[in-house]
Design a protein around this ligand. Structure first.
Ligand SMILES: NC(=O)c1ccc[n+]([C@@H]2O[C@H](COP(=O)([O-])OP(=O)(O)OC[C@H]3O[C@@H](n4cnc5c(N)ncnc54)[C@H](OP(=O)(O)O)[C@@H]3O)[C@@H](O)[C@H]2O)c1
Length: 292
């Protein structure tokens, strides 16, 4: 698909290691592929990550070569669908309504409507904003937190440490879509989990280190946090003996929240190169100083 998209744009693409390093202007890269020997590519203008999260790519890519992260329609759409599905599961209380126990319903109460439910999104970037907008369309009250201060016509925006505390104190369902950087590690720690309303739900399709796992399990065990749905972990695959597997209030999924879709990502990559060749700044450029 990438070769076809390049050919349609009048560009040449080579796949794998058969290429002549001295002829390569742009490299499309995932940390699962080539991880060394970048110095042989003497005319590289940029490296384009196939992944949105660049914490594994950054230590591999030489600092002088600009790195662009993946922002892809298919990746975004997949995340919107996954997040919306899991938010609705918890909002509607679907588990309690479809599982009877001893001939009786676990819960037969009507859930509140979406306008009476607050969802807080940690990370208002490409993915977080798209998820927030979809949830707004369903009628939810949506708040979002980012590093820089933002405004949005539908999403109530927060930034800074105090902003996160204020947002979490109102957040019944938290969706974590922050990158994995030194500044975001343990964003949800014991103190911040305690700020959330009782029975709040955590949904993490971002990265494992965003949550202090021990603090989360303690908050679930003492009945403060109601449930955690986790797609990403500090160690992947999740070790067989990890307490998350057996915990009744934890749902684990196999890092499938979303994925770069070749059909749409190929178009994104070609367009990023085309714009850069036309003299525009590299799109989706990673800021090495902040790590995303
Ligand atoms: N589970 C999966 O399948 C899957 C798939 C794709 C991506 N992901 C994860 O999703 C993450 C987000 O992707 P994206 O494309 O939305 O990234 P993005 O566009 O770079 O957005 C990141 C957001 O996080 C905010 N942020 C970063 N550091 C922060 C800090 N220290 N404090 C507060 N806010 C901070 C940014 O704030 P500013 O707006 O101020 O810059 C931005 O709003 C990726 O990094 C990756 O880890 C997971």
């Amino acid at each position: 698909l990438l070769k076809e998209a390049f050919a349609a744009a009048g560009m040449e693409a080579q796949v794998g290691m058969e290429l002549d390093p001295a002829r390569v202007d742009y490299m499309v890269f995932s940390p699962r592929g080539q991880a060394e020997g970048f110095e042989r590519y003497t005319r590289l203008k940029a490296i384009l990550s196939l992944w949105a999260g660049v914490e594994q790519a950054l230590p591999l890519v030489p600092a002088e070569i600009p790195l662009s992260r993946m922002v892809d329609f298919g990746l975004t759409q997949g995340m919107v669908e996954w997040v919306t599905g899991h938010v609705l599961r918890h909002h509607l209380g679907i588990d309690a309504h479809i599982h009877g126990l001893n001939g009786a319903w676990i819960d037969d109460k009507h859930p509140p409507l979406a306008p009476d439910r607050t969802v807080g999104i940690l990370g208002l970037g490409a993915l977080g904003t798209a998820c927030g907008e979809a949830l707004c369309t369903l009628g939810f009250r949506v708040a979002g937190w980012s590093r820089s201060a933002k405004t949005h016509p539908q999403i109530t925006c927060f930034s800074g440490a105090a902003g996160l505390d204020e947002m979490l104190s109102q957040t019944e369902i938290a969706v974590l879509l922050l990158p994995d950087t030194p500044a975001t590690e343990n964003t949800l720690d014991a103190r911040r989990l305690a700020l959330m309303p009782k029975d709040a739900v955590i949904i993490n399709p971002g990265r494992g280190p965003l949550i202090d796992d021990t603090a989360l399990i303690a908050a679930l065990d003492r009945g403060h946090i109601g449930h955690a749905t986790l797609d990403v972990f500090r160690q992947e695959p999740l070790p067989k003996d990890h307490p998350f597997w057996a915990h009744k209030q934890v749902t684990v999924t196999p890092h499938i929240a979303s994925v770069t879709r070749p059909k749409t990502a190929a178009q994104t990559i070609v367009e990023t190169i085309r714009l850069h060749e036309a003299g525009e700044p590299l799109r989706f450029k990673v800021d090495r100083f902040v790590g995303y």
